[in-house]
Design a protein around this ligand. Structure first.
Ligand SMILES: *Cc1c(COP(=O)(O)O)cnc(C)c1O
Length: 376
């Protein structure tokens, strides 16, 4: 039992198992592949898996740098990683300098306003760690626009110097698609700008970036999804170890006649006499309603007794119905375990079944599951 486990699996319908050993092994594998320091991106509660256990395990394994999105997440990471460098990707909200200083956190700055405010805060005598500078090379979301050209960056030179920059970084728009020409354009744009910051470490690769050919690792990489077992190379075999398992239980079994409608609004119709299993899991557990299996389109699936069984009808708040007709009649009974994530149902398959991506599945995993942290 780990200190981060939730107490009582018997009182919850579902169990989320998080293999911290696999998480650490994925981080080591990515760092070895990069041939340089790998940070860990632990935003959104470590992609839903728990920021404290993830950061504790990774820091113990030697990970020294972490990225989160919000200041609040940085404060949580700091509580378990007293020595780490912790960057806040969403940057500096007006007037938040004191909170950064109080927790030794580093903002990722991405606009002239942010640079000036942080520089002013430093000039007022605040003791802070170096910040990062975000350069936007494609997404048009956060960061100084590299498309404005080196001149625009040079014009901000004194603000950049006054802000105390310890890292320059950019982020890929489509690194999971090796064939996308945007990757090479971003690599070239970042390389040109990083060259104007001699002596300052640079960072470009997210998870999928580690698998792009000809992409330099610079001094730091920033994997997130692949650490948690997501496939950074969609369409090719997943090189990462699975980290997450989600299991539920069968609550009830019933036989229905061909022609019966199933679930809210009768959106699935049995084409044959069918055996259905209702299981304990729903959209309130973070399993998307878009995984509903309807007459118009198939949805998610679950493994019962080794067999992949489709969802039928709409995903309800707390329940999902499976078609278990293809299993031998006596092989499923009330209380039997059901696998929602695990084996062939990896994060990416589950994402596709819910018409989304594995990232959204992972970060939506609700708080209702009993959590078991293993592998430490
Ligand atoms: C989320 C994020 C990452 C990690 O991306 P993955 O695809 O999950 O590896 C890296 N850098 C930035 C700026 C991010 O926002």
């Amino acid at each position: 039992m780990s200190a981060f486990d939730t107490p009582d699996a018997d009182t919850c319908g579902t169990i989320l198992t998080i293999d911290l050993g696999a998480l650490v092994s994925n981080w080591r594998a990515l760092q070895a592949r990069a041939g340089t320091e790998a940070a860990a991106v632990v935003k959104a509660n470590a992609y839903g898996l728990g920021i404290e256990p993830a950061v504790t395990a990774l820091a113990a394994a030697g990970c020294k740098s972490f990225f989160v999105a919000h200041l609040s997440e940085g404060i949580r990471a700091r509580a378990v990683a007293p020595d780490a460098t912790i960057y806040i990707l969403n940057g500096l909200l007006p007037g938040s300098g004191e909170r950064y200083a109080a927790h030794d956190l580093s903002p990722v700055l991405g606009s002239a306003e942010e640079l000036r405010e942080w520089a002013g805060f430093r000039a007022s005598g605040a003791s802070v760690r170096p910040a990062a500078l975000h350069l936007d090379t494609a997404i048009n979301r956060l960061g100084l626009s590299a498309s404005d050209g080196p001149g625009a960056i040079a014009a901000l030179r004194s603000e950049i110097d006054a802000a105390g920059i310890g890292l320059v970084m950019s982020h890929f728009a489509s690194s999971e698609d090796e064939a996308d020409p945007a990757n090479a354009r971003q690599m070239a744009a970042f390389s040109a700008i990083a060259a104007s910051f001699p002596g300052i470490p640079a960072s470009l690769k997210n998870s999928s970036g580690h698998f792009l050919s000809d992409c330099p690792s610079y001094q730091l990489t920033r994997p997130g999804y692949a650490l948690y077992g997501g496939n950074p190379t969609p369409g090719r075999p997943n090189p990462m170890r699975p980290v997450v398992g989600l299991t539920s239980r069968v609550l009830q079994l019933r036989d229905v006649r061909a022609g019966s409608q199933v679930g809210y609004n009768g959106r699935w119709t049995a084409r044959r006499d069918s055996r259905l299993a209702t299981i304990c899991l729903g959209y309130a557990d973070g399993y998307p309603r878009n995984a509903s299996g309807t007459d118009a389109s198939p949805g998610g699936s679950a493994i019962v007794d080794g067999v992949v069984c489709p969802f039928v009808g709409t995903v309800s708040m707390d329940l999902v119905i499976l078609d278990v007709t293809d299993l031998p009649a006596a092989s499923v009974k009330r209380g039997d375990p059901v696998t929602l994530i695990g084996g062939p149902l990896d994060l990416d398959v589950v994402g596709a079944g819910a018409k989304t991506i594995g990232y959204e599945i992972l970060t939506s995993l609700g708080r209702r599951h009993a959590r078991r942290y293993v592998g430490v």
